[in-house]
Design a protein around this ligand. Structure first.
Ligand code: SAM
Length: 204
């Protein structure tokens, strides 16, 4: 597993850029999306949480890396926004039982299957009825895609739509896609990639 503290601690351009992820922007632009309070899981140095806060949304964000979380806090301050940032492992982190969010974003959480599942189940438990679960990540590739697409070599670290759907019983799927995209996000996400994009709403 990557050493995220080490990666975020290196001096250089932001790993995934400072602009928000395209899919986050696309979800927020939908006419049927509305959120006053959002949870960003694995928010790294905070580009997505920060942008959501700039849209007037109250944002809580969790990430394993202390270094990324500190960096995110300092970028939030520079941008003049407030995000409640927590450094914690999503395999163990539990919000207060009464906490609810209108949407949960999981953008490129690169972690083992147990952590991925724990994150989705946590989201499912703490979304309000009608709330949105939105995810983008590297997906398992069909054989014909070969090595030509970026992302982790270990297939265990790639998502499948089947597993995501299994974690969220009773959710109404809005979109569930895998396919090739050209990523243009900072120094590390640049080039052809095979990704999953998934959005679903909790039943009312
Ligand atoms: C590829 S980066 C993506 C960061 C951010 N979502 C973005 O798109 O810029 C993956 C992030 O997942 C976080 N992460 C990995 N395992 C985690 C875990 N068990 N709990 C919380 N965060 C984790 C890392 O610290 C890192 O910030």
């Amino acid at each position: 597993m990557p050493d995220w503290d080490k990666r975020y601690g290196k001096v250089g351009p932001p790993l995934f850029g400072d602009a928000p992820n395209e899919y986050v922007r696309a979800i927020v632009a939908r006419s049927d999306f509305a959120a006053a309070r959002v949870l960003c899981l694995a928010d790294g140095d905070g580009r997505n949480g920060r942008w959501l806060a700039q849209q007037g949304i109250v944002v809580d964000a969790v990430d394993l890396s202390e270094v990324a979380t500190e960096l995110a806090r300092s970028k939030d301050r520079a941008a003049g926004v407030s995000v409640n940032r927590i450094a914690a492992d999503l395999l163990k982190w539990q919000p207060e039982s009464a906490e609810t969010w209108d949407a949960v974003f999981v953008i490129y959480l690169q972690a083992d299957p147990m952590t991925r599942e724990a994150s989705a189940r946590l989201a499912a438990q703490h979304l309000r009825p009608g709330g949105w679960f939105c995810l983008e990540a590297f997906a398992q590739k069909p054989a014909e895609v070969g090595d030509g697409a970026m992302g982790p070599d270990d297939p265990q670290l790639r998502y499948s739509i089947d597993e995501i759907t299994r974690w969220l019983p009773g959710f109404h799927v809005i979109e569930a896609l895998t396919g090739r995209v050209r990523l243009d996000e900072g120094a590390r996400h640049r080039g052809d990639a095979w990704v999953a994009r998934f959005a679903a709403r909790k039943s009312d």
